[in-house]
Unconditional design. Structure first.
Length: 315
């Protein structure tokens, strides 16, 4: 079962990588189609003495063949990824999030699930696919190489029913926050692209990537929806972790590095939601707070777990 889980994860990563290429090809194809259409219309108007043509810099929002294939590959990868997580749990005879390798795999699965749900509900467009799949592939690649751990029993410190509660919530919130961080970054790209093109300035990479993205408003709303879902889950994870800490170490909170950075992450996301609700922060200011919160989460997960000595070092 452990070998099957590893093989399924490899297939999932391959499917996600191919989907990423498909999404990129679809965006490039739609952009080329739009440019050709604009050029042809311009020639007709000029020849007929018509008025100047107002050019829409955004590509058409219909999904082409490459995009449809990419979505299919994403769904296949998701199904195989689910199989990898399930078979890992069967092989280890426990919940499949007992170490950093398993946590990373499960969190990436949540991120992909969130992307598929947002697409299905019409919250985002498939043009985001390449940008979502890239960090997912990198995340899983790091998990399957540097962080890989053979299937086995839990270390004694983690052998508690709280791992089914606290860590499950942390996995869910982390995967959703990963998705929201990507969307917030894409919002900043799109907003910067709009700002420059509105005044006729030339755009260069990476700002030029904004051309293939949905509208800035839709990206802002999508990031908010994901964070609004994930924040209560993260709050519950922090509370459950404190209860577990009291049972294991005799105190609810001791400012262990992991606890500290989890709290910093919570404060940043709380600030994001509070600013939007009370100060009317939308757009660029809110996006930068969301990006800072995602960066704090990365520090909490990678830097603290790997490089900082604390009570959570066994993770």
């Amino acid at each position: 079962m452990a070998e099957l889980s590893d093989s399924l994860l490899f297939v999932a990563v391959l499917a996600y990588a191919l989907a990423m290429l498909g999404f990129a090809a679809d965006a490039a194809s739609r952009r080329a189609t739009r440019v050709l259409s604009v050029a042809e219309s311009g020639q007709l108007l000029v020849g007929g003495g018509g008025p100047p043509l107002l050019v829409d810099e955004s590509p058409p929002r219909t999904t082409g063949t490459a995009g449809t294939a990419a979505m299919a590959l994403t769904l296949v990868g998701w199904l195989v990824h689910v199989g990898s997580v399930v078979t890992r749990g069967i092989a280890a005879d426990r919940v499949p999030w007992g170490n950093m390798y398993e946590f990373s795999s499960a969190a990436a699965l949540v991120a992909v699930t969130g992307f598929l749900v947002l697409v299905a509900r019409g919250r985002v467009e498939t043009s985001l696919g390449a940008f979502v799949m890239l960090p997912v592939v990198l995340y899983l690649g790091l998990a399957g190489t540097v962080l890989y751990t053979a299937a086995g029993p839990l270390v004694p410190a983690l052998n508690s029913y709280w791992i089914k509660i606290h860590v499950a919530a942390a996995v869910t919130a982390s995967g959703a926050f990963l998705l929201s961080g990507v969307i917030a970054l894409l919002y900043l790209l799109r907003a910067r692209f709009d700002e420059r093109t509105d005044v006729g300035e030339a755009v260069r990479f990476p700002v030029s990537l904004g051309r293939v993205l949905p509208s800035a408003g839709s990206l802002d709303r999508a990031a908010y929806v994901v964070i609004a879902f994930a924040f209560p889950v993260w709050t519950f994870a922090v509370i459950a972790g404190a209860i577990w800490a009291e049972a294991a170490w005799g105190r609810y909170w001791g400012w262990d590095p992991k606890e500290t950075w989890s709290f910093i992450t919570w404060v940043l996301y709380a600030g994001y939601l509070h600013a939007r609700a009370t100060a009317g922060w939308k757009g660029r200011k809110a996006a930068w707070v969301a990006v800072a919160a995602a960066a704090a989460l990365i520090v909490d997960y990678y830097v603290v777990n790997i490089f900082v000595v604390g009570l959570h070092s066994y993770a």
